[in-house]
Design a protein around this ligand. Structure first.
Ligand code: HEM
Length: 501
């Protein structure tokens, strides 16, 4: 997921406008320009005689290609281009060839039929130097974490209850809870840890590794770290590694004292450490891998889920009839004497449909994570060369009128009538990607979203400040966020005060 942050940001709006206008960047670019004149000549000669040809695409300038014309809202820009050039088109940015896929059948080709060829994610230079890039992540969420999730969601409910009647920034509230859930899932509750410091440091990492890095476009310049991104990132990553190391040391001491068996819970960190301590040659993890994995989970899990739930709340506040229907279901399944529990989730089918419909219209990762083919292949009758970057535009695919009736309408009921789920073979609905690199956090994300959204709607009646209407405008970036945070006013709706404690 770190890769997602990097690559999306490299192609994100701030990235491009910065590349083009920042005066400090100009001399760098001028130098790089000369070096890559030669590369450009080589590149054009290499690709002119390809058969089948490369996909069509807009004409670019010599050397820099389409870079100056790329618009900030990449998902919409790609969508506009797909109307002109069809389901697969190409763009060139300096030395990088990008291929964009815009149809479910071609997405299936990449994510399923030729999955083995497209199984690699693009690993940006900065993450490699920070030592947590390129690690093979194989984590399945463990069901035994349910109690912790419930407890943490209740804590959020309690916090919101303290703010009844005043305005609540829903994203901030959710984000703090998601961070607690992740920390607790990864290494258990540790009251000594400063949540605000963690949040701040995580945000810094995302910004650093999301900054456009000239080394990604010109690998030859990578050893010079011209913008200092790699060294800054390394420093920031080291802070987390330091925290993890001291936690690991504590666990090692407990293990050496022989208290391990009765005292230690099998949280994620413990499972990884056991793989480190006891794993055979094939399964063993190095300590660096353990730390890298923990950081990957933190970065991947704490922004995506709150963003999705904020979108869901926005849609529900724009569509009061759907909110009423959801409240009805929650009252029927959960009742007003209880709070939403993990065991209720399978019966909350309308809640599930609301979440799916939200992720259809507002996929958190609109272009998934770019894939890099390990060999030259053919997609949709066009050559896709080894080493290029392939973007799957889930945002446009999930709004395709050929697949979805009235595609722009928020209509959760459509998911009640089908058995489409996040892992089904329906390539018109791929918010978590698909194939062998599908999001490893799907199950955890599903549960977190259901508990968070279910609790918000079940415990409170939500209003808005007078005269305001929630905006549905989005902002392309690392994840597809709302352009404006949602601010709601909660009113308690459960009868007993204890339910908020
Ligand atoms: C609403 C929540 C989430 C969404 C929409 C989401 C979406 C995605 C997507 C689209 C990918 C790329 C899949 C592909 O290339 O086909 C991905 C990868 C990944 N996600 Fe998530 N994710 C979410 C939550 C989480 C959570 C909670 C975790 C961790 C606990 C997580 C961990 C990861 C990791 C580690 C990868 C990289 C997998 C790999 O490289 O093989 N995600 N996610």
């Amino acid at each position: 997921m770190t890769n997602l942050y990097n690559k999306h940001a490299v192609l994100a709006c701030e990235g491009w406008s910065w590349s083009c206008h920042d005066p400090e960047f100009a001399p760098l670019m001028a130098g790089a320009l000369v070096i890559f004149c030669c590369a450009w000549l080589w590149w054009s000669m290499k690709f002119t005689k390809i058969n089948p040809p490369l996909p069509p695409g807009p004409l670019g300038l010599p050397i820099i290609g389409n870079l100056p014309f790329i618009k900030p809202e990449l998902h919409r820009y790609f969508s506009d281009l797909s109307r002109i050039y069809g389901p697969v088109f190409k763009l060139r940015m300096w030395s990088v060839l990008a291929i964009v896929i815009n149809s479910p059948s071609l997405a299936k080709e990449v994510l399923k039929v030729q999955d083995a060829i497209f199984a690699n994610h693009d690993v940006p230079t900065a993450t490699v130097v920070g030592t947590f890039g390129g690690i093979n992540i194989l984590w399945r969420p463990n069901g035994s974490r349910c109690n912790q999730l419930r407890k943490l969601v209740r804590r959020m409910v309690k916090e919101i209850h303290g703010k009844v009647g005043s305005s609540v920034n829903i994203y901030e509230q959710l984000s703090a809870t998601a961070l607690r859930v992740m920390m607790s899932t990864l290494w258990g509750d540790d009251p000594s840890q400063d949540l605000i410091e963690f949040r701040k440091r995580l945000d810094e990492i995302v910004i650093t590794f999301g900054a456009p890095n000239v080394s990604d476009f010109f690998p030859i310049l990578a050893p010079f770290d011209l913008q200092g991104i790699e060294s800054k990132g390394k420093e920031q990553v080291s802070w987390f590694y330091g925290v993890f190391e001291s936690m690991i040391k504590n666990r090692r001491n407990i293990r050496d004292d022989g208290k391990e068996k009765k005292n230690i819970r099998k949280d994620f960190m413990q499972q990884l450490l056991e793989l480190h301590w006891q794993g055979d040659e094939k399964n063993s993890l190095s300590i660096n891998e353990v730390k890298a994995l923990l950081l990957d989970m933190m970065v991947a899990g704490t922004d995506t889920v709150p963003t999705a739930v904020e979108w869901a709340m926005t849609e529900l506040l724009c569509h009061r009839d759907k909110m009423t229907k959801l409240v009805k279901e929650l009252d029927m399944v959960v009742g007003n004497q209880n709070t939403v529990e993990d065991s209720h989730i399978p019966q909350l089918v309308y809640l599930d449909a609301v979440i799916k419909e939200t992720l259809r219209l507002h996929p958190v990762a609109p272009l998934l994570i770019p894939r890099v083919p390990s060999k030259t292949t053919v997609i949709g009758g066009f050559t896709v060369p080894k080493g290029c970057r392939v973007f799957i535009n889930a945002w446009v695919i999930q709004r395709d009128p050929e697949l979805w009736d009235d595609p722009l309408r928020f209509h959760p009921e459509r998911f009640l009538e089908t058995d489409i789920n996040y892992r089904s073979n329906n390539f018109g609905f791929i918010p978590f990607g698909s194939g062998r690199r599908i999001c490893v956090g799907v199950s955890l994300a599903e549960k977190m979203m259901a508990l968070l959204l279910g609790s918000l709607v079940h415990s409170f009646e939500w209003g808005l400040s007078e005269g305001t209407k929630p905006s549905l405008e989005d902002k392309f970036g690392i994840v597809l966020k709302k352009a404006e945070s949602l601010v709601g006013i909660p009113v308690a709706r459960l009868p007993n005060l204890e339910q908020y404690q």
